[in-house]
Design a protein around this ligand. Structure first.
Ligand code: HEM
Length: 248
């Protein structure tokens, strides 16, 4: 494989990504410990007890959870304001652009290829009128796009419902109890869905060897040109057409 590298992530993009990962991990660890009912807590009674002890009590744990959530939100607001045109708008545009014919075919083939291998995938997709080649993908493949869409929608639901729960401590009246109860339910569901997506995301990004160059790029900012060509052909062609500045 040639060692020529092409740029993939900006420094700001890498920063916000690992900042997200750190905040998400902290919020998940503390959030699950806030569920004191052992019948509802997926880890039972020992886990909230242990984490509450580390934070010297449930009240401190809740404050730490809120604090990190507010820091996360504040950094995101700055990032949105500062990077809207250069980083955020192109990202949103990219992940919400789907081409059904090409992308449904890619999803079917990719799932089969990962479970039964290339040869068997080629055989199984024949009756659908497909051949064994993977349709070309852009900067993100459609699996990454769907995961990112879910994470954004789930993240917005977590922020909105978290905010209602936080204000309920100080401002909401008894008449708003239903709103708080729904917020708790939606917050749990959104946390569950985003966690499931992130387990998939982390597996694909950090454990699957096929995606190892993408994992390294989340530190270095660049990927081998060969990797870009094979995994993100449409993006690679755009890069070649625009004769980008290359590294390496
Ligand atoms: C240990 C945890 C994580 C690992 C190892 C990881 C790894 C990666 C890698 C390697 C990429 C680049 C994929 C590519 O270039 O095609 C990526 C992109 C992305 N990750 Fe993660 N990630 C982690 C946690 C998270 C978390 C917690 C979030 C969200 C809360 C997240 C959201 C995203 C998004 C939205 C992208 C696409 C944006 C971009 O390419 O800059 N990741 N991740």
């Amino acid at each position: 494989m040639s060692s020529r590298q092409v740029p993939r992530h900006t420094r700001a993009g890498i920063f916000i990504h690992w900042f997200n990962a750190a905040c998400w991990f902290f919020l998940l660890v503390t959030g699950v410990a806030l569920i004191s009912n052992p019948e509802l807590n997926p880890l039972g009674a020992w886990y909230p007890k242990a984490v509450r002890a580390i934070f010297f009590g449930g009240e401190n744990l809740l404050v730490a959870h809120w604090l990190v959530a507010f820091i996360w939100l504040a950094v995101w607001l700055v990032y949105l304001f500062w990077g809207m045109n250069r980083l955020v708008a192109p990202f949103i545009n990219s992940i919400f652009t789907i081409e059904p014919n090409r992308d449904i075919q890619w999803m079917i083939k990719k799932n089969l290829q990962m479970t039964v291998g290339y040869k068997m995938m080629a055989r199984l997709v024949k009756p659908l009128g497909y051949d064994g080649t993977m349709p070309d993908q852009g900067y993100y493949n459609v699996g990454q796009k769907l995961a990112a869409q879910g994470l954004i929608i789930g993240g917005l639901a977590l922020v909105g419902t978290g905010f209602i729960m936080f204000t309920s401590k100080y401002f909401l009246t008894a008449a708003d109890v239903w709103l708080v109860q729904w917020s708790i339910t939606v917050h749990f569901i959104a946390a569950g869905v985003t966690t499931a997506l992130l387990i998939l995301h982390i597996y694909m990004a950090a454990i699957s060897s096929e995606e190892r160059p993408a994992f390294i790029s989340m530190f270095t900012g660049t990927v081998p040109a060969e990797y870009a060509k094979h995994h993100h052909r449409l993006w690679y062609d755009e890069l070649e057409d625009s004769k980008p500045s290359e590294v390496g």
